[in-house]
Design a protein around this ligand. Structure first.
Ligand code: SAH
Ligand code: SF4
Length: 385
């Protein structure tokens, strides 16, 4: 028998083709897509408005399987973090950040990351592999379903949406896993799936210049660029990708992107590292560097981890740095650190993954679970014991 297709791997056009191959009309694909992404349904027999013959075909050929949950923690400030199994001892994290008027999901695109920025613990972990479409969109599918369930909100378009914004700022460099990332973005924007506006979906990149241009044509969502330095010499050290795509090229790409972007500015992320990139001189150099790029700055207090040898700038320094940018008319925010108590803050998303022994232990439990429950594995599961 042919392998089962995981329908989470199919973006809207792909699902349409796949249903066509089964001899089904296009509107069936839309219906099915709504069941999957709006109702969070993974059981074909529950899709009551699909013909029984179609449900049987689906049962024989398809599965709806998000990555399995290894752990699920909620922080004192409401931030919720899931550790998800993506096979072969790899795990990635997804973080939900509730705020007064919105709920933001931070999704991962790779297990590990090859860019190896000096201040990032994901980078220190090295690159394991690219996530599939189903593993990327599966994070949104799973999180929305579980958040609704926890609040007693009904599934479907009428239920209050818990996730209103998505940021691709978890583990990995999204533009180095381009096709699956774009397919997942298309599902986020599709009215028969999550229906998010392009302004509410942000992709963060360390600066893969040719792919920034490609994204402008394929799926221009809001863009955040991890700058972290005010000159090439420093950025070469902090973000090794800068040696390939130096600042001049990166900023030119940002300007080109703005012609397609849903917002009229690029967000520059800047990780505040004590004594490294946080002086008044750096701030002024930064202003000159971005002078002709419409932008906002998001200063991220560095989240320390033991092997980094780096320290977070103190609050007074961050404030002074922000003031210089603001005095020059550049909108600047300082990112609040959320979920500190569960290691869900930026760049800490590798914490538990590095703890290989615990991951191995959980993996063993999961394979036992898989044997017991077969096809149900990979849906929303709680690891017993
Ligand atoms: N690879 C992409 C997206 C994931 S990283 C990128 O680099 O943009 C998301 C953001 O977290 C980036 O701006 C990154 O620079 C920042 N970050 C990484 N490690 C950090 C740390 N230890 N403290 C604070 N921010 C960090
Ligand atoms: Fe990769 Fe982004 Fe971390 Fe750099 S900051 S190593 S690009 S995940």
């Amino acid at each position: 028998m042919a392998a089962l297709t995981n329908l989470l791997d199919l973006e809207p056009a792909g699902l349409l083709r796949w249903c066509g191959d089964l001899g089904e009309k296009p509107f069936r694909a839309k219906q099915l897509q709504r069941w999957i992404h709006q109702f969070g349904e993974s059981d074909f027999s529950a899709m009551t408005d699909l013909a029984k013959s179609l449900r049987e075909k689906l049962d024989a050929h398809a599965i709806i399987a998000a990555p399995a949950v290894i752990s699920d923690h909620t922080s004192a400030d409401g931030t919720r973090k899931w550790l998800l199994d993506v096979g072969n001892g790899n795990a990635v994290e997804t973080v939900f950040i509730p705020e007064e008027n919105r709920g933001t999901l931070c999704v991962s695109t790779q297990a590990g990351c090859a860019v190896n920025c000096r201040f990032c613990s994901t980078g220190k972990q090295g690159f394991s592999r690219n996530l599939s479409v189903g593993e990327i969109i599966g994070q949104l599918w799973l999180a929305e379903t579980l958040l609704r369930r926890a609040k007693g909100v009904p599934q479907g378009p009428k239920g209050e949406r818990q996730i209103t914004n998505v940021v691709m700022m978890g583990m990995g460099e999204p533009l180095l896993n381009y096709e699956p990332t774009v397919a997942a973005l298309k599902l986020m924007l599709d009215d028969n799936a999550y229906g998010l506006s392009r302004r509410r979906v942000t992709l963060s990149t360390s600066g893969v210049v040719p792919m920034i241009d490609k994204l402008a044509g394929d799926c221009a969502v809001a863009l955040a660029v991890s700058l972290h330095a005010s000159n090439d010499k420093l950025r070469d050290e902090l973000v090794p990708l800068n040696r390939k795509y130096p600042l001049r090229e990166l900023l030119a790409a940002c300007k080109r992107y703005l012609e397609f972007a849903p917002r009229d500015f690029v967000t520059f992320e800047y990780c505040m590292l004590d004594g490294v990139n946080d002086s008044d001189t750096h701030a002024r150099e930064l202003l000159a560097l971005v002078a002709d790029v419409p932008c906002k700055f998001n200063l991220i207090p560095f989240n320390p981890f033991p092997e980094s040898g780096l320290k977070r700038s103190n609050n007074a320094r961050i404030k002074a740095f922000a003031q210089i940018l603001m005095d020059a008319g550049v909108v600047t925010t300082v990112r609040k650190t959320r979920g500190d108590d569960i290691d869900a803050a930026c760049g800490q998303l590798a914490g538990e993954v590095q703890d290989r022994t615990r991951v191995q232990e959980r993996m063993q439990k999961m394979s036992a679970y898989q044997e017991k429950y077969g096809k149900d594995f990979g849906r929303i599961v709680e690891i017993p014991g």
